[in-house]
Write a protein that binds this ligand. Sequence first.
Ligand code: DX5
Ligand code: ZN
Length: 215
Amino acid sequence: MIKLAPSILSADFGNLAAEIKKVTALGAEYIHIDVMDGSFVPNITVGSPVVKKLRPVTEAVFDVHLMTEHPETQVAAFAEAGADIITFHIEATRHAHRLVQTIREAGCKVGVALNPGTPLTMLDELLTDIDMALIMTVNPGFGGQKFIATMPEKIAILRHTAEDNGLNLDIEVDGGINGETAGTVREAGANILVAGSAIYEAPDMAAAMEQIRNG
Ligand code: DX5
Ligand code: ZN
């Protein structure tokens, strides 16, 4: 089943509670929270205190995407704040296997993100221990960038690998997903679709979400 994860990066940061309620009322299963530290990526966004204040707003899955250096230092705070899934970038840690365990011990599902230039082989030793792989379909750091057209092939290879190994792996995609690009990633085997600008900047949010889910 396809799940939608609207990214609050493109929402009105002055009214985040209302912005979250808008998309959950339209059926969004996940809320994608982009955490940027100004070092792994140039921008700075939100930290765990913001997540904690937003937690009572919805029962939707809080899908925290850490675009930070030293992601291991953030796990306890985001777990305590109410994250359901914590995803770290494989490029940001030397101790990925340990970090997978740390996230799980904190009571969260585990996601591992790969930048577009990072090969799938980086996941080889982790695949059986994680819940989700996040395939970046843009280079992280900004909303509203253009989808990288070679990424569906990467997604398809990962989906085949998961199936061949009998793994019930979630594959999330993030970056440049809209009504035009969603079909290619769904066909390739992605089942959780993040979209920021295509949802929050759409003239008709419901229609945009429907397009991404089924269009
Ligand atoms: C990019 C972030 C994305 C961003 C996607 O670094 O990880 O989650 O919000 O934005 P769009 O959907 O506008 O490409
Ligand atoms: Zn993201």
